[in-house]
Write a protein that binds this ligand. Structure first.
Ligand SMILES: Cc1cc2nc3c(=O)[nH]c(=O)nc-3n(C[C@H](O)[C@H](O)[C@H](O)COP(=O)(O)OP(=O)(O)OC[C@H]3O[C@@H](n4cnc5c(N)ncnc54)[C@H](O)[C@@H]3O)c2cc1C
Length: 291
């Protein structure tokens, strides 16, 4: 490991000032679960690490404007065990409970996960289906970006130099809405998914789909939305034919790479299977809630 300076500022303003001053030499660190590996592999070589861990309030999970604001420093475990998330947005707690091992979930943060932008991560898949918005702070102030527009390419986001993620906002589900997350993890608990899919559907009292969103993970350079599949199910009732059409549409948007978790073709087919499962799971839950 190369030598680097480490600071842990106690205010966001100081962290942003340090980050600006460090320029290309600086990087923020949150849980460090991804950054330390990248540094040990010499894929990145920052000479200044600015820790966010002492920033006050950034680990809060709180109700804000009809939804939940999850502070960037909330760990995966904080989200998984939050009574607020478990009761109001259970699919998010469920998704976080499926990430790697407890040791990793105890340390990795939501802000670190989003900024790292590894397309194999799980939380972004569900957060996409939940239409989450990312709150970003820089020296010029705060801005919000829809998660849909946040991921740009492999490990690349809409963050500009000197900016940090401060929170992610998720609206409470509307009446008639339910979601499901499915991930295929055939190897070890701390491996990444072969494919991961989250679906959310909102049904009318008659069982017709009013709204649907589908997030896909490990299936392209960024977490993806299966928009054509969403359009196919909106306005319809659940049927095997509908699920088959939606899963075919989803397969057309994925662009997976072959790796030890499977060939590209295998992952494409698995995407179809998991879109079907997630949609059916979300639909069944929404129907039960409506009954
Ligand atoms: C063995 C292993 C297996 C894993 N398996 C999975 C899995 O199956 N599914 C899954 O979802 N995740 C998994 N993870 C976790 C995931 O890959 C990342 O390591 C984790 O999400 C990063 O969070 P962190 O807080 O540790 O980020 P860090 O390592 O601290 O930072 C990661 C990157 O984000 C930047 N950063 C951090 N916080 C911010 C911020 N607030 N604003 C701007 N930039 C920031 C850093 O500069 C760095 O570039 C696994 C991790 C390990 C080590």
């Amino acid at each position: 490991m190369h030598a680097f300076d480490y600071t842990a500022p106690e205010s966001l303003a100081s962290a942003l000032a340090e980050l600006e001053e460090a320029g290309d030499e600086g990087k923020v660190i949150a849980g460090g679960t991804a950054l330390m590996i990248l540094m040990m592999q010499r894929l990145v070589r920052p000479t200044r690490l600015i820790s966010l861990r002492r920033l006050p309030g950034l680990g809060r999970i709180e109700v804000v404007d009809g939804g939940v604001r999850i502070g960037a420093l909330a760990t995966h475990r904080d989200v998984e065990t939050s009574p607020l998330i478990r009761s109001r947005i259970p699919v998010l707690a469920e998704t976080l409970s499926r990430v790697a091992t407890l040791r990793i979930r105890n340390v990795a943060t939501i802000g670190g996960c989003l900024a790292h932008a590894d397309p194999n991560q799980d939380p972004p898949v569900t957060l996409l289906a939940l239409d989450a918005r990312v709150r970003i702070a820089g020296r010029q102030g705060e801005r919000q970006v829809a998660l849909d527009e946040f991921f740009v390419d492999y490990y690349q986001t809409a963050l500009r130099p000197g900016e940090v993620v401060v929170a992610v906002d998720v609206a409470f589900p509307a009446p008639g809405n339910a979601s499901a997350f499915h991930k295929f993890l055939p190897r070890t608990a701390d491996d990444y998914a072969t494919v991961a899919v989250a679906a959310t559907v909102t049904l009318t009292p008659e069982g017709v789909c009013r709204e649907a969103r589908i997030g896909l993970g490990a299936l392209g350079p960024t977490p993806l939305r299966a928009r054509d599949a969403e359009a196919i199910v909106i306005g319809e009732r659940l049927s095997d034919r509908l699920l088959a059409a939606a899963s075919e549409a989803a397969i057309r948007v994925v662009d997976p790479i072959a790796d030890p978790r499977g060939s590209a073709e295998y992952k494409r087919q698995m995407a179809g299977v998991f879109v079907r499962r997630a949609l059916r799971g979300a639909w069944d839950r929404a129907s039960r809630e409506a009954a």
